[in-house]
Design a binder for this molecule. Sequence first.
Ligand SMILES: Cc1cc2nc3c(=O)[nH]c(=O)nc-3n(C[C@H](O)[C@H](O)[C@H](O)COP(=O)(O)O)c2cc1C
Length: 368
Amino acid sequence: MSATQFPPLQIGKHVAPRPIIQGGMGIRISGANLAAAVAEAGGIGTISAVGLGLNSPYFDPEERNFGRRRANFFEANRLALIDEIKKARELSPTGILAINSMVAAQDHETLVRTAAEQGINLIISGAGLPMHLPEAVADYPDVAIAPIISSVRAARVICRKWGRQYNRLPDALIVEEPRSAGGHLGAKAEQFEVPEFLLPSVIPELVAVLEREFGAKIPVVAAGGIWSREDIERVLALGASGVQMGTRFITTEECDADIRYKEFHLQATPEDVMLVPSPVGLPGRALRNPFVEKAIAGTLEPKNACLASCLHTCSYRDRGENYCILRALDRAARGDVETGLVFAGENGGSAEAIVPVAKLMAELTECP
Ligand SMILES: Cc1cc2nc3c(=O)[nH]c(=O)nc-3n(C[C@H](O)[C@H](O)[C@H](O)COP(=O)(O)O)c2cc1C
């Protein structure tokens, strides 16, 4: 293997030889298999912790009593996360493994504590500001914590709160650009081009603010629209210490999604990438399919009762609007790319083949 030209990425006590975090992708798009492959290849592999119980042997979707079904769902999520972390650790005994836990999920704190107990190296947390993350991992000094934010303003709020209340600062900050990232976005469409939310302005400003206002050299990681080695070079030149990439890892052999999901990504064109309304409020970015077209037109019929009240804010649960995002993402991950929700970043439709993670990591980091 030839040498990487990029410096390693240190987050807390953990040093990744290649400064690439594979972003958490729910539901079950980035599970143990993908995360372990990335960790083994010298990056940081992330298991998405959201909704893992849904298709696990621990959950009974036929339970009719809502309260019992809900309790069963959260317990199933916890048990399935333990399984997933154990499996990843078996596949990558010494690599750096992370979980992604969404603040918007009702069982966020339980999942964070569970992952820390299970010896995860890093907890990445977004979809809301993870104000109390330090408390959840207080007993685990080796567990690093990294919020996902989209603006310097959000980073300041977290750093001030953590500093004041917990005497701790983030071990890294992941800046996700709404204009380009896949999945749920941190801003409305009309805010996408505002400099406050663009990587070229946020990265240098955030690096400076962290040093000036907090006296800390906290690694800043850029996410959204990063596809090639040149893209990585560009954001490192802005002051980032690493990148988080999602979409590019979907078309890998090790990605945990059904093969039909990967092939759907492979067949898509850049014109298929669209913004889709979501029951959580802010839009998501996904590939065009009949489901997304109906979601945009507002013609999806509410089909099922709320499964488990899994989110703090959900317009499907509260008003029957939009769709059950848990079920929509799960359908897609299991290969139903017609009626499921297939998230993708702005670079969706650029993949040319399904490749092994090791090959992709080499292409992204090694000198030509
Ligand atoms: C299929 C898919 C699912 C995602 N799921 C999550 C998630 O559950 N939680 C989260 O914080 N980010 C999620 N993301 C965002 C990624 O972790 C990553 O930050 C983003 O995709 C980076 O942009 P890129 O796809 O252009 O590389 C998802 C992205 C995709 C494409």
